[in-house]
Write a protein of this length. Structure first.
Lengths: 138, 622
């Protein structure tokens, strides 16, 4: 009771309390922002590290005149393939082409091909991973 | 020291926030570093395992047959005996074998001969147990050949229950004639249109003692009334009078009825209760006084009500005059009458049969005692237009006036709409050595589903000590529930040498009848005719395999980790075909992977398997 009475009587005691509280709030807010930013950055890093895609089969299809690339997601994150290049030339295909974890399906490239020619097929994921290889058309 | 720190914090107002910032920064740094290390470790491990995966396809080819499925349990010996070895010796074609010897499986060595009885249920409903059947045979020729006693004492009926023999009570009629009827009661129900061959008639024992002839065990009901005179038979708990006119007594070993006013006037065999099946009733009947007219009636009755007007039922009667029997639906309608001239003080057989009360039809047959039973029914007609009855109580019908009737030797048995047929097999002598062994084989349906099987093959390598027998491989037909060979490519059996022989059969497109839903095939191996030689049989191999149209893939895991195959590719020039796979192969092991949905057509082919980590192994098939 005596302390409270003394605090109310001492007008200069309020300023240090407020300043301390303010500094604490600012520090917590700054750390929250830093934590969020770190989470976002590390999530992207983790996803990029966990991405694994393999080409199981490439079928130069005589009947449809397309190149069917059968891909499998063997990594630990979902994958989106927005771009495909054949001999460094961007190709059109049905989008969006997403692969869940362990999913496998065919990506049909709408491009003509020539028997006996060698093709460099490059699949690029949205995170920038390249899955590429040389394939000879039968 | 702590006091010093507290004092300093107290004096430095920015100290708390500094500590918070430093602590949170440290935590954040640790979390980031830890996560990065863990993720990096995980993916490095993934990549490391992938690098060390070394899966190779070593062989690929068409698969036309499964492996041999062999016995997994000891053989059942239906006839004969086991001498040496075990079923394990029959699993591979080598020098190890299991040995059996013939036996006789004979009920009683005092009897020289037997014939198997087959009972065929000729209706589409189950024939209940305790159904009285008869088999007819020529005992006169057996007696004249010295094979049976003239009094029939050595004529026995025996039931084979599993591996146990049960001698049955039987009733011989017309013994030592060309058509002796042997009556006995079935011990087990027989399915619709099915047969039962578990019964035998044995004979040929000159010293045979008195046979079992308890007719209560042969018929549903039997009473010869051979007991002291009784003024009222209803003193016996088995009988009860309804509606109560007249008296029912036992006199001189016969049942005597003196009629009186009352309708109906019945003696009910209450010991039978309600009989819920068709019945055939046979009795000796002799009328000694007969007033004639509407109230003079006597005979047999069944399908009697128990409530409310107890005793009302269907009747087969001598009625009104001496011209023939009549059918009566008590208190409802008179039915058809037949033509048969009968006389007082003459003993007749009266047979009364109801197969289906709802049809309102019945049959009556009359013929004199000591005369052969006629084939035709004296009366086969309807009970008239009165409402049909249900199954119910059974008994005697008495006269409604002071007529006197004697009844004797009543036998009642079940009667199906069509009598089961019975037949006798060939005569067997006691020195009838046979061998009959059986076992079950289980097809691996997980690998060879029923839908992929083309046919089934059986192969046996065996040796017998006697080349004179013909041996048969039979299989259990799960549809007809009998062992047979219908539909096999080879049904005539084999006559072996005394060396090692092979016996192979193909079940053709009929295989499905012999394989049940869980893949079980039951095989029986037996010789056809019993003889005096006690042959031994050695079984080196007995197996079953299925024919399929599939492919096999031999895959070797030379890597240091377990490989999980998830995808199979079969590519030819025109088609790339993908199949899902879920196959684990341990490090250093080889797996023979079978696919019945993969056909290796259109060579050259490129076969490719993919692991869950993305490793690919390629095999070229030209």
């Amino acid at each position: 009771m005596n302390n409270m009475k003394r605090g109310f009587l001492n007008k200069r005691a309020i300023t240090p309390v407020l300043s301390t509280l303010l500094l604490t709030v600012i520090a917590v807010a700054a750390m929250a922002i830093a934590t969020t930013a770190t989470f976002v950055v590390t999530s992207n890093l983790r996803d990029q590290m966990s991405e694994r895609v393999v080409i199981e089969d490439v079928w130069f299809n005589n009947f449809t005149d397309t190149i069917s690339v059968y891909v499998r997601n063997v990594g630990k994150v979902e994958v989106t393939i927005p771009s495909v290049y054949v001999n460094q030339t961007s190709q059109s295909f049905t989008k969006p082409f997403n692969l869940n974890i362990d999913e496998h399906k065919s990506l049909n490239i709408l491009d003509t091909w020539t028997t006996g020619s060698l093709y460099y097929i490059d699949l690029v994921t949205a995170r920038g991973t390249h899955v590429a290889g040389y394939y000879e058309a039968p | 020291m702590l006091r010093g720190i507290m004092k300093r914090l107290d004096s430095d107002r920015r100290g708390v926030s500094n500590v918070i910032v430093v602590m949170l920064s440290l935590i954040l740094l640790v979390v980031i570093v830890t996560n990065v290390i863990i993720w990096s470790y995980q993916m490095n491990q993934f990549d490391w395992e992938r690098i060390h995966e070394d899966v190779q396809i070593t062989d690929v080819g068409p698969l036309n047959n499964s492996v041999w499925f062999t016995a997994q349990n000891e053989f059942n010996i239906n006839v004969g005996a086991h001498l040496s070895g075990t079923y394990l010796d029959t699993q591979t074609d080598n020098s190890q074998y299991e040995r059996f010897t013939e036996g006789s499986n004979w009920w009683n060595s005092s009897f020289m001969y037997r014939r198997q009885i087959t009972i065929l249920n000729t209706v589409s409903t189950t024939l209940q147990a305790n159904y009285t059947v008869s088999v007819t045979t020529d005992t006169a020729s057996l007696v004249s050949a010295g094979k049976a006693l003239a009094n029939g004492n050595d004529l026995r009926v025996v039931y084979l229950s599993g591996n146990s023999w049960v001698e049955l009570d039987r009733n011989l009629q017309d013994m030592n004639t060309g058509s002796t009827q042997i009556w006995f009661s079935t011990q087990k129900s027989i399915g619709p249109s099915a047969s039962d061959s578990s019964y035998y008639v044995y004979y040929g024992n000159a010293a045979a003692s008195t046979p079992p002839t308890n007719l209560h065990n042969v018929y549903l009901w039997f009473d010869d009334f051979n007991r002291p005179n009784e003024s009222d038979i209803t003193a016996e708990s088995a009988y009860q009078v309804k509606t109560g006119g007249g008296t029912w007594s036992i006199e001189n070993n016969q049942l005597k009825n003196i009629g009186a006013d009352g309708d109906p006037n019945k003696l009910i065999i209450t010991a039978l209760g309600n009989v819920s099946s068709g019945v055939d009733m046979l009795v000796n009947i002799q009328v000694v006084s007969f007033a004639g007219g509407d109230t003079s009636r006597m005979g047999l009755s069944c399908c009697m009500d128990t409530d409310p007007s107890r005793g009302s039922g269907y009747c087969g009667l001598f009625y009104q005059d001496y011209t023939g029997p009549d059918l009566l639906n008590d208190l409802r309608s008179w039915g058809t009458y037949g033509t048969y001239s009968w006389s007082l003080n003459t003993s007749y057989y009266m047979r009364f049969r109801i197969n289906d009360p709802s049809s309102r039809s019945g049959m009556v047959k009359i013929w004199p005692v000591r005369s052969p039973e006629p084939n035709a029914w004296t009366l086969n007609g309807s009970f008239g237009t009165g409402p049909a009855r249900s199954y119910g109580e059974i008994g005697f019908a008495g006269s409604r006036t002071s007529d006197t009737t004697y009844f004797d030797n009543i036998t009642i048995r079940y009667a199906a709409t069509s009598e089961p047929s019975t037949s006798l097999g060939l005569e067997e002598t006691q020195a009838n050595n046979k061998l009959d062994i059986a076992n079950s084989f289980l097809i691996d349906l997980a690998t060879y589903p029923l839908g992929r099987i083309k046919t089934v093959e059986v192969l046996m390598k065996y040796r017998t000590s006697d080349a004179g027998d013909t041996w048969y491989l039979l299989m259990h037909n799960w549809t007809s529930s009998v062992f047979g060979s219908a539909g096999f490519n080879f049904t005539t059996g084999v006559t072996p040498t005394t060396g090692w022989d092979y016996y192979a059969i193909n079940l053709t497109d009929q295989w499905r009848s012999y394989v049940n839903e869980n893949g079980t095939i039951s095989i029986e191996f037996a010789n056809q005719v019993a003889d005096s030689n006690q042959t031994t049989l050695d079984v080196d191999f007995l197996g079953v395999r299925v024919s399929v149209d599939g492919s096999f893939f031999s895959i070797n895991n030379k890597g240091s980790t377990t490989a999980h195959l998830v995808s199979l590719w079969v590519d030819n020039a025109t088609v790339h075909q993908n199949y899902d796979v879920n196959l684990f192969i341990n490090s250093g092991e080889q797996a023979d992977y079978i696919r019945l949905d993969v056909s290796l057509t259109g060579t050259p082919l490129v076969i490719r398997v993919v692991t869950d980590k993305g490793s690919v192994s390629v095999f070229s098939l030209s």
